[in-house]
Design a protein around this ligand. Structure first.
Ligand SMILES: Nc1ncnc2c1ncn2[C@@H]1O[C@H](COP(=O)(O)OP(=O)(O)O)[C@@H](O)[C@H]1O
Ligand SMILES: [Mg+2]
Length: 314
C-alpha cells in the first residue's frame, strides 16, 4: 500500500491561447505556456505543498488533476484514472477547496449545503460527519446562512462540506487565505488529523507557516516548470542561515572583536547571522560577549528559500 501512486503526471503541458491586446477585431493570438513538461508522482498518504509565485501554474495544475481543465500534452492519472474524460468516476473521491470560490449555497443555511453534498456524492457516515463538525468547529454555524458567515467560518464550513463524503485525495488551493490566526490554527489542526488518518493532501498556500507545519514534501512550480521537488527536510537545507536578534541591556558603542557575522542595527540591538548547525556554540559566544536583555529568532525560513529561488530563476 505504502508506495501506491495516487497521482501520476508525465510530461504534462498546458498552453492557453489568448487574444493579444484588446483589439478583438485583429484576432491576434498569443500562447501562454502555463505548464511545461511536468513530471511527478504522489503516493497515498503524502502531504505535499505546491508552491510558486503568482501565475506560476499551480491552479492550472490542480484544475487538470481534478478533471475540469483540458491539457495539451502528456499523461495524467488520478487514482488510476484519466481525470478529464472520467470526471464522474473520481469526483466523489476528491475533496476540493478553492479558497476564493465556494461550493456551498449562498442563500441557504450551512446544513442545507451539507445535506445536498451528501445527496450528490453519497458515501456519508453519521459518525464521520459528527467528527468533522466537532473537530473543525462548525456546530454553531449549521443554521446560519452561508452569505452571513465570516471568512474564517465559511472556510471551515467549506472544508467540512468537501470532507463529508470522506474523499481519499484532498486538494486545497489557498484554504487559509485571509483568515485570522485562530481560524487558521483550527484548519491546520484538522488537516494534521486528516493526514494521520492516511488522506493524501495537496496544499497550495502563500502562508509559509501552513507549509512548514504540515507538509513533508515541497514542490515548487515556477514559470510552468517544476523547479523543485524535495522532502521538507531537504528543502529546508536549501537555506540554513538563521538570524538572531540580540537586544542589549546596555548601550553598545562598538562591536566586540569576535568571529561572528553581525550588524549593529541600533545602540541596543545586534543582529547575528549564523548557520543553524552551529547555533548552540553561537549562543554561548553571544552570552559571553553581550549583556543580553532579550532574544528573537527569525522564522521566515521557507520564505527566504522561495525568494532566492524566484530571484535566481528570473
Ligand atoms: N483561463 C485562462 N486563460 C488564459 N490564461 C490563463 C487562464 N488561466 C490561467 N492562465 C494563465 O496561466 C498562467 C498560470 O496561471 P495559474 O495556474 O492561475 O497560476 P497560479 O495559480 O500559480 O497563480 C498565468 O500566466 C495565467 O495568466
Ligand atoms: Mg492560483
Amino acid at each position: 500500500m505504502k508506495d501506491e501512486a495516487i497521482i501520476k503526471v508525465e510530461n504534462l503541458g498546458k498552453i492557453f491561447r489568448v487574444n493579444q491586446g484588446w483589439a478583438i477585431s485583429k484576432q491576434e493570438k498569443k500562447d501562454i505556456v502555463a505548464l511545461d513538461a511536468i513530471n511527478f508522482k504522489i503516493n497515498k498518504g503524502e502531504f505535499v505543498a505546491l508552491l510558486g509565485p503568482n501565475g506560476a501554474g499551480k491552479s492550472t495544475l490542480i484544475k487538470i488533476l481534478i478533471g475540469v481543465l483540458a491539457y495539451n500534452a502528456g499523461k495524467v492519472e488520478v487514482m488510476g484514472i484519466e481525470p478529464l474524460n472520467n470526471r464522474e468516476k473520481i469526483i466523489g473521491r476528491l475533496g476540493i477547496v478553492f479558497g476564493q470560490r465556494s461550493r456551498m449555497w449562498h442563500d441557504l443555511p450551512v446544513s442545507d449545503s451539507f445535506e445536498l453534498t451528501k445527496k450528490l456524492y453519497g458515501n456519508s457516515n453519521k459518525e464521520w460527519e459528527e467528527w468533522l463538525i466537532e473537530n473543525i468547529g462548525v456546530q454553531d454555524l449549521l443554521g446560519r446562512q452561508v452569505k452571513k458567515l465570516s471568512l474564517g467560518e465559511k472556510m471551515r464550513c467549506e472544508l467540512v462540506n468537501t470532507l463529508l463524503y470522506n474523499p481519499d485525495l484532498i486538494f486545497l488551493d489557498e484554504p487559509t487565505i485571509g483568515l485570522d490566526v485562530v481560524s487558521k490554527q483550527r484548519i491546520r489542526e484538522a488537516l494534521m488529523i486528516l493526514h494521520k488518518q492516511g488522506k493524501t493532501i495537496l496544499l497550495t498556500s502563500h502562508d509559509t507557516g501552513d507549509i512548514e507545519k504540515l507538509c513533508q514534501r515541497v514542490m515548487v512550480i515556477n514559470h510552468g516548470k517544476l523547479a523543485i521537488d524535495l522532502t521538507m527536510e531537504k528543502f529546508m537545507k536549501l537555506n540554513d542561515d538563521m538570524e538572531i536578534r540580540v537586544k542589549l541591556k546596555n548601550k553598545l558603542i562598538t562591536l566586540p572583536k569576535i568571529k561572528l557575522e553581525m550588524n549593529l542595527v541600533s545602540d541596543y540591538e545586534v543582529v547575528v547571522t549564523v548557520k543553524r548547525k552551529v547555533l548552540t556554540e553561537t549562543m554561548k559566544v553571544i552570552f559571553d560577549n553581550f549583556e543580553v536583555a532579550d532574544l528573537d529568532f527569525s522564522a521566515e525560513r521557507v520564505e527566504k528559500i522561495l525568494m532566492d529561488l524566484y530571484k535566481n530563476e528570473g
